[in-house]
Design a protein. Structure first.
Length: 387
């Protein structure tokens, strides 16, 4: 079951459609996400034995020809003990400081663990803006592809040292799904401290493991918590969102505990499996549909809202009634109907200040008052996803 490497015109690798967990062992390219709670001890310190356990399985998979990308949480958690912090800080400056210390500790831990198996790692730190802008998106993909071609194991993490609330992925589950989508991975393993998705909290009487999720309808009536561990930011909600993004774009997903990683990679009946689906074009814009928020909001008039929603037209400045928020050009913004309903999300061609000066003006007026370049659409239809 070899994946199709035929591009879509842009040289993109297309994932193989893995329809059952038994086929996971044949995956040729996988992304493995490990949560903070699976890498640290009860005191929040990085536990090298946990790192070695994951590395041993990943190195075994690499030895049989599987390309492996690690998406590792744990940078901030790794710094809690050395910095004398009891919990993950909530203030952004403290998070950034802890990440600066923790990223070095985490990178060293992975490098040491894989070196024991004769494998070289490469650290890749990303912010959300790296997978938004066309040029940086291509650069990230090229860098990861080159690392894989050289036989290394990329270890990816969010760059918490420089990330702010406006440019954060929000959690590494989402980051892992975006990396899987970007690379056309055949499978994504979401490893946490819970062995599967259950019909209720696992410790409650009558809770049953959900072994297979074909679509969201299968999850009706399931009680899902939203709070992660004391050292992480994610929870089951973020994992389900990541599974939806990855499986929708063709990557199969297996959600289980770190202790069951080896069994899961061999197709054992563990965890919760989401088959990969065909049908949606792989694109850097796909993630916009699953983005948690835009950097700002453009409120449209009725005509513009109808043109965007029903006719898939570009958004022109004349159809913008209000600009909310402060943002640069090239970032995702929400497009709202007059009643406030978010109807689309797209990459803005102008900053918020520029858009405020453009609002309500036709193309001829924009050229005369502001200059030729302001005649372009505020959000081009090729940079827009209707929700």
């Amino acid at each position: 079951m070899a994946p199709s490497n035929a591009g879509n015109g842009a040289g993109l690798r297309q994932p193989a459609r893995i329809a059952s967990r038994e086929e996971l062992g044949a995956a040729e390219r996988i992304v493995v996400k490990i949560g903070s709670s699976s890498l640290t001890d009860e005191n929040g310190r990085l536990d090298q034995s946990h790192v070695h356990g994951i590395a041993t399985t990943a190195a075994h998979l690499a030895s049989r020809g599987t390309e492996v990308v690690i998406v590792s949480s744990g940078a901030i958690a790794a710094a809690l003990g050395p910095l004398g912090l009891e919990r993950r800080p909530t203030e952004v400056p403290l998070q950034q400081a802890a990440a600066s210390v923790g990223q070095a500790l985490l990178a060293t831990a992975w490098s040491t663990a894989f070196a024991d198996h004769g494998r070289i790692t490469g650290q890749v730190l990303l912010t959300e803006s790296d997978v938004i802008r066309p040029q940086t998106y291509r650069n990230v993909r090229s860098a990861l592809e080159s690392l894989l071609e050289l036989g290394t194991l990329p270890v990816v993490n969010e760059n918490d040292t420089t990330a702010t609330h406006e440019i954060r992925f929000g959690d590494n589950d989402r980051l892992a799904a975006l990396v899987a989508q970007l690379l056309g991975a055949d499978a994504l393993f979401l490893l946490t401290d819970v062995d599967a998705l259950y019909t209720a909290p696992p410790r409650e009487p009558g809770a049953r493991r959900i072994d297979h999720v074909e679509d969201a309808a299968r999850l009706s009536g399931v009680s899902i918590g939203s709070v992660g561990s004391k050292v992480g930011t994610g929870g089951m909600v973020t994992k389900l969102s990541a599974a939806q993004l990855a499986s929708t774009t063709g990557t199969a997903v297996l959600m289980t505990s770190a202790a069951q990683f080896a069994a899961a990679a061999d197709g054992a009946d563990v965890g919760t499996f989401f088959p990969g689906h065909h049908g949606r074009r792989r694109s850097r814009l796909v993630w916009l549909r699953f983005a948690t928020r835009g950097a700002g909001t453009l409120v449209l008039d009725e005509g513009a809202a109808e043109a965007v929603r029903s006719r898939r037209r570009s958004l022109l400045a004349v159809g913008i009634a209000e600009v909310r928020g402060t943002f640069p050009d090239g970032v995702p913004v929400d497009l709202a109907a007059p009643d406030g309903e978010i109807i689309a999300r797209g990459l803005t061609g102008f900053s918020s200040d520029e858009l405020r000066a453009m609002t309500g003006r036709g193309t001829d007026e924009l050229r005369e008052v502001l200059g030729e370049r302001f005649r372009r659409p505020a959000v081009h239809r090729d940079q827009l996803v209707v929700l």
